[in-house]
Design a protein around this ligand. Sequence first.
Ligand SMILES: Cc1cc2nc3c(=O)[nH]c(=O)nc-3n(C[C@H](O)[C@H](O)[C@H](O)COP(=O)(O)OP(=O)(O)OC[C@H]3O[C@@H](n4cnc5c(N)ncnc54)[C@H](O)[C@@H]3O)c2cc1C
Length: 418
Amino acid sequence: MRPQRSTEAHQTGDFAELVCSNSLKSESENSAPWLLKQEMRAAGCYLLADADATAVPAGHALAVDRVAFSARVAARLEQHPNITIHREEVVTLDPRAADLTVLATGPLTSKPLTDALQQITGAEHLAFYDSISPIVDASTIDMEKVYFAARWDKGSADYINCPFTKDEYDAFIDALAHAEQAASKEWENLQYFEGCLPIEETARRGRDTLRFGPMKPAGLTDPRTGRWPYAAVQLRCENLRADSYNLVGFQNHLKFGEQARILRMIPGLEHATFLRYGQIHRNTYIHAPSLLTETLQLRAHPGILIAGQLSGVEGYTESIASGMLAGIFAARIAEGESPEPAPRASAHGSLMHYITHAETRRFQPANITFDLLPPLEEDLRRRIRDKKERHRMQCERALAAWQNWLRIAVPAPVGTSA
Ligand SMILES: Cc1cc2nc3c(=O)[nH]c(=O)nc-3n(C[C@H](O)[C@H](O)[C@H](O)COP(=O)(O)OP(=O)(O)OC[C@H]3O[C@@H](n4cnc5c(N)ncnc54)[C@H](O)[C@@H]3O)c2cc1C
C-alpha cells in the first residue's frame, strides 16, 4: 500500500524496507539464527540471496545495505513474469474466494484490514502489542539460592522461586526506579493495559506495589526457613521451550543493558544468561495456536495463509522464513497437492511448531532460539555436557531433516525455478 498509504514506522515506498536495524542476526556457525539462515539458503530463498548480495561488514552478523537490499527485491518482483504489482491498501478479506490469499501485512497492518481479519478470526484472536517477559537459561540459575514451590502448595511445584530479603528488595526497587527506559518512539505511543503494566511502571506506583503484584511472596513457603520470603520472583518453565524459564509478570520497557544489570540483582540470577529480554512494543499478530495450521493456513478458511510477523513469528529473518514457507505451501495447494509441514527437527519446523502449539492463554511471538528446537535425547544430554557440542549436533540433525523435506516438499528447487 506504500507509498500512497504509509505506516507509523516505514519511511519509503520501497519493498522489503527494514524499518529499524539492518541486521539479519548472527552468522556464527551453529547458532540458532545461523541455522535458520542456512536452511533458507538450502531452499534457495530469494530474500536471503539478496541479503547476502548486499551484506555490509558487521562482525559475526549478517547486516545489509538496506537501500541496495530493497532495490534488489524490487527488481526481482518487477521483472518476474508471473507477478503483477498493485500498490493499494487492501481493506477486505473474502474467506469464500476461490483464489488463495497469502496475508503478510506485518506488525503494522492497517486498520481496515485488521478489522476485516478480526471479523473472520474473532476479535479476541488478534493482539495489538507485545508485552514480553524475559527468559532465562535454566543452566545459569544458581539453584542453591532458589526453591521449587507452588503458591499455597496448590498443584505441582513447577515454579522456581527467587526469595528476597527486605534489603535485597529495597536495593532492587531503587535500581528499578533509576533504570533507563528504552527510547520510546513517536509511533509507539503505548497505552498499557492495567493487567499488563511494565514492572518499572508498577514500581513507580509505590515502594510495596511490586510486593503485592508480580513479586508477591504470600503462600510461597521456603522449605529451608519454613517461612515466606519478604518478596519473590517466580520463574515458570516455558511450555515447549526446553531448558529455559520465564520471569512471571516481568514484562518491561527497559534498555537491554539495564535489564541485564537489574535482573541479575534477583537472588539466584546473579550469573544468569538471558535468552530474551523483556519488551513492549506495537505489534499486530494473530493468535496462531488457535487459528493456524502448521502449513500457515487459517484452520477455518484454508484458502487464506498468514505469513511474516502477522503469523506470530518475530524478527526480519523469521518473517522472511515464514514468508518463504507460505509461498512453498501456497504453490503446493495451487497445484492441487497437500502441503507438507516443515520437519520438527529443523529451525523452520520448530518455529512453526511453536507458533501453532504454544501455550494458548498468553501467546507471544517467537524469535528462533535453541530452546524451540527438539532437545537431544536424555542419555546424549547426560553424556555431552558441552553446550556448543549439543548445539552443533542439533544443527546437524536440523539440516539433515530439512534437506530431506526439501526433496519431498519442494519438487522444483525454489531458487532455480522461474
Ligand atoms: C518499528 C519496528 C521496528 C522493528 N525493528 C526490527 C529490527 O530491528 N529487527 C528485526 O529483526 N525485527 C524488527 N521488527 C519486527 C519485524 O520483524 C519487522 O517488522 C518485519 O519487517 C516484519 O516483516 P513482515 O513482512 O511480516 O511485515 P512488514 O515488513 O511490515 O511488511 C508488511 C507490508 O504490508 C503493508 N501493509 C500493511 N497493511 C496493508 C494493507 N491493508 N494493504 C496493503 N499493504 C499493507 C505494509 O506497508 C508493509 O509494507 C520491527 C518492527 C517494528 C514495527
